[in-house]
Design a protein around this ligand. Structure first.
Ligand SMILES: CC(=O)SCCNC(=O)CCNC(=O)[C@H](O)C(C)(C)COP(=O)(O)OP(=O)(O)OC[C@H]1O[C@@H](n2cnc3c(N)ncnc32)[C@H](O)[C@@H]1OP(=O)(O)O
Length: 420
């Protein structure tokens, strides 16, 4: 049976008769998948891609499209947990390694993979939400993914001074070799992610993937270095640059986690004060405390980008997965052509404890929105009021947008800094 699809008209897909076949990938497909991913992502480090990938492979979750014997499209969905407001780490399908061979593009291979992935999650009652990092921001909205979190690439001069009075606490930051640092890092991480909305829990394999450190993966920089504090850690690399004006090396932080303000300040001071370094780069939240600790916030260059794109797979299970900040009783009119089981009117009732009841209804709608907006607001990062101002959430009952916004927003801005 051919499974390629081609768009014909605004919303209709016709079966496109080809030799294309979809099947679940096996471990033995990894080399072919790595070849395909390398081609699609414009690299030739096939061996490295395959080795890194092997740490997180799960039987039965990767999907492949084959043209005869040749693998021409892949999409994986890893079993991961994301911290949701009020409920902590919650399973989600981490969609990744999406690639289509350049000579098979724009024939519906990606659409077929997305269709099969979401159908499987729906049918099996698997993870109620899916999430991904998008290579291009125009790809995934059509499949019901919306921008749920943003992050900032920060760059600031080394030795940037803090404001007077920033408390570094009594504890010292000590660098340790990877082997001894990792168990401590993991313990700290497990503690910190519990209430950090948007952060992802990690298994052994996911730690190996995240901290993959083969020389070819370092892009000319050093191996990872580990700086430990009793309440946090920083993992970073440096790349050396000797110029006629003196050393202008860069320090790039892979991850800095701190459970207390003093640990946060001390760890930032450690990376900012590294000798021979001219510039420090970090990936951070949009509401990063560091900006409010330095004496001159304008020396910090910031580039904001979308990070986690979220898709509510099953509307009722997805909305019930988190707690809410204020009571609400609203009827949502949801448009979701890619997952039609979510379409229609839903009563969204939140009690005083923040627990949601979600059920279908015939009552008149207070608000109308699509799956893309639902995904965007789920973590509390993108506000319904912002989407309403953009014309993407439509209010039928005055005050409904305000009620929805109060329910979804949380005390902190969610952030996901881990690309998977
Ligand atoms: C989660 C992740 O892994 S993100 C990684 C995504 N992968 C990459 O960026 C690697 C390089 N690119 C690719 O491999 C491919 O071009 C893909 C996967 C992005 C798209 O695969 P295709 O099989 O060509 O997509 P498909 O034919 O199903 O397109 C579906 C629709 O998306 C649109 N689309 C697909 N890719 C893009 C894109 N890069 N930019 C804008 N629109 C796109 C198509 O035009 C089509 O629109 P239509 O329904 O209005 O006709």
């Amino acid at each position: 049976m051919g499974i390629g699809w081609r768009r014909a008209g605004a919303r209709r897909y016709h079966q496109w008769v080809t030799d294309l076949r979809l099947r679940v990938l096996r471990g033995s497909d990894l080399p072919g998948a790595a070849e395909l991913a390398a081609t699609a992502f414009l690299t030739d480090d096939v061996g490295m891609l395959a080795e890194r990938r092997s740490y997180v492979l799960e039987e039965g979750r990767g999907l492949g499209v084959f043209d005869g014997e040749r693998l021409v499209g892949v999409a994986d969905a890893l079993s991961r947990r994301v911290t949701l407001p009020g409920t902590g780490p919650t399973p989600f399908a981490a969609v990744t390694w999406v690639a289509v061979a350049p000579d098979h593009r724009r024939r519906g291979v990606l659409t077929t993979l997305m269709r099969a992935q979401l159908d499987a999650l729906h049918r099996s009652g698997g993870e109620p939400i899916a999430a991904l990092w998008a290579t291009e921001a125009t790809i995934y909205g059509r499949f019901g993914y919306g921008i749920a979190t943003e992050n900032c690439a920060l760059e600031l001069p080394a030795r940037t001074p803090f404001r007077p009075g920033v408390d570094l606490g009594p504890d010292r930051v000590v660098e340790q070799p990877r082997e001894t640092a990792l168990p401590l890092v993991r313990k700290l991480y497990d503690r910190i992610v519990l209430d950090r909305v948007g952060a992802l829990s990690r298994s052994d394999g996911q730690w190996n993937y995240f901290l993959y450190d083969a020389p070819g993966a370092r892009r000319g920089a050093t191996a990872y270095r580990f700086a430990l504090h009793p309440d946090g850690y920083a993992i970073f690399r440096t790349s050396t640059d000797w110029t006629p004006d003196g050393p202008k090396s860069r320090l790039r932080v892979a991850e800095l986690m701190a459970a207390t303000p003093a640990a946060y300040a001390a760890l930032h001071r450690h990376v900012l004060d590294m000798d021979l370094v001219a510039t420090v780069q970090l990936r951070s939240a949009t509401q990063e405390p560091l900006l409010h600790m330095v004496r001159d916030p304008r020396v910090v260059r910031r580039t904001v980008t979308d990070s986690l794109w979220v898709r509510v797979v099953d509307l009722d299970r997805g909305l019930r997965a988190r707690r809410y900040s204020a009571p609400a009783d609203l009827v949502l009119d949801v448009t979701d052509p890619f997952c039609p089981w979510n379409e229609g009117r839903w009563r969204f009732h939140v009690d005083d404890a923040g627990v949601a009841e979600v059920s279908t209804t015939d009552s008149a709608a207070d608000l109308a929105l699509t799956a893309e907006e639902l995904g965007a607001i789920l973590l509390g990062g993108t506000l319904p009021s912002t989407l309403a101002a953009a014309g993407r959430v439509r209010e039928h009952t005055p005050g409904a947008v305000h009620t929805l916004t109060r329910a979804f927003q949380t005390g902190t801005v969610p952030v996901c800094l881990e690309v998977f």
